[in-house]
Design a protein around this ligand. Structure first.
Ligand SMILES: *[C@@H]1O[C@H](CO)[C@@H](O)[C@H](O)[C@H]1NC(C)=O
Length: 393
């Protein structure tokens, strides 16, 4: 009888092990990860994490064979408060992991360098937590990495050069951190999205630093400098470009306006020279404000719905095509204030459609119509004549 009982016990232990299947290494790693994280009040993510049962059935744990292949930490439902604590270095033991995500929360501390042991990782997204310290350079050893989203954290230091050389990178989202230094050369021919906005990055963007595959590029709110005409001329697939709030200088190539852009944000830089599109501009929103652009305003811009050319050094007459488009309400915003413009053929008695705004304040003319300008335009209708003479000459 005792022998039979023992036998049954042994069989059930063996059976349990073959059913649970998860490798002991992954089992222990999940236990350590669990110990270093907590649900925030109102989150119940770890309720299903009972280590007497099969971890492959835990919320956010996905297995293939005896290995964890995806780990989605935290309750992904909208409004869930997320997790707190820190990420245990044993994450590096889950070497079959292809996808690793964490919901927004208050997870702090470093991203353990052991993460670079996850050689099968393709997707990592840890956005909107409180990770700090440097981005581990070892991420640059994960050759298959496609998506790297560490946005809205507190990472400091440089973007490791090694990350730029990853061959399969497609999405790099490092916005809203405290990264500094210059950017690496991105070599992946499948890079489509590069979002580095809101950091402390600086230096020039070299001509071959961004591959022509890039469609979404935001470098806004940094301290980048130098010319971009050459690098931009190669990025013919851009559909979103935001270089605003940097120290970029030099000219903007006219060919840029033929790219399939829906949004072009170049405001608040030190760009100079005339802006000469090569064809009618089909971009819905163009913001060139607060630069040092000069010369005449090209009539090819009159097809833009929302156009900010204010606070530059544009001169001459506003082309009449703008007036036509304004009056048939195909222009929504036309900001021309704070330039050196000398005229616009707008009959003072015409009615500007209510959907359209035009601001002409502080130019070398008396605005023919009074329109509400943004508060920042000040209340001086006209530029002092002394400033206008040299431009007229
Ligand atoms: C980046 O910031 C660190 C401090 O976080 C500083 O020591 C370092 O000199 C900075 N590097 C650059 C290139 O600005």
């Amino acid at each position: 009888m005792r022998v039979v009982l023992l036998h049954t016990l042994l069989v059930s232990i063996l059976l349990h092990q073959t059913l649970a299947m998860l490798s002991p290494v992954d089992f222990l790693a999940l236990q350590s990860i669990r110990k270093s994280l907590q649900d925030m009040p109102g989150s119940h993510y770890f309720a299903s994490w009972d280590f007497t049962a099969d971890p492959c059935n835990f919320a956010g744990v996905y297995c293939s064979g005896d290995r964890v292949i995806a780990l989605n930490l935290g309750d992904p439902r909208a409004g869930s408060p997320g997790l707190s604590g820190h990420l245990d270095p044993s994450i590096g033991k889950l070497t079959s992991l292809a996808e690793f995500t964490m919901v927004p929360g208050r997870v702090m501390g470093i991203l353990p360098p052991a993460i670079s042991q996850l050689k099968n990782l393709r997707f990592i997204a840890l956005s909107r937590n409180f990770f700090s310290g440097e981005i581990p350079a070892g991420l640059g050893e994960i050759r298959g990495l496609r998506t790297l989203d560490l946005s809205y954290n507190q990472f400091t230091g440089n973007i490791p050069w090694s990350i730029g050389s990853l061959p399969a990178l497609s999405n790099v989202i490092l916005s809203h951190n405290r990264l500094n230094g210059s950017i690496p050369r991105f070599g992946s021919s499948s890079l489509t999205r590069l979002d580095l906005k809101h950091n402390d990055l600086s230096g020039p963007i070299m001509q071959d630093f961004l591959p022509p595959s890039v469609q979404y590029l935001s470098l806004s709110w940094n301290r980048f400098s130098g010319p971009v005409d050459r690098v931009l001329s190669r990025l013919t697939r851009l559909n979103y470009l935001d270089l605003s709030l940097n120290r970029f200088s030099g000219n903007i190539p006219g060919i840029l306006f033929t790219f399939p852009l829906s949004n072009l944000q170049l405001q608040r830089n030190f760009f100079t020279g005339p802006v000469q599109p090569v064809d009618q501009v089909r971009i819905a929103t163009v913001d060139l404000s607060f630069n040092r652009f000069s010369g005449q305003i090209s009539p090819l811009f009159s097809s833009v719905q929302t156009l900010y050319l204010n606070n530059n050094r544009f001169m001459g007459e506003v082309p009449s095509t703008f007036v036509d488009r304004l009056l048939d309400a195909s222009i929504q915003i036309l900001y021309l204030q704070h330039n050196y413009l000398t005229g616009i053929s707008l009959n003072p008695t015409v009615e500007i459609p209510v959907q359209s705004s035009i601001c002409l304040q502080y130019n070398c003319m008396v605005p023919p119509v009074t329109m509400p300008c943004p508060l920042k335009a000040g209340n001086q209708k006209t530029r002092p004549t002394g400033q206008c003479i040299e431009w007229k000459g």
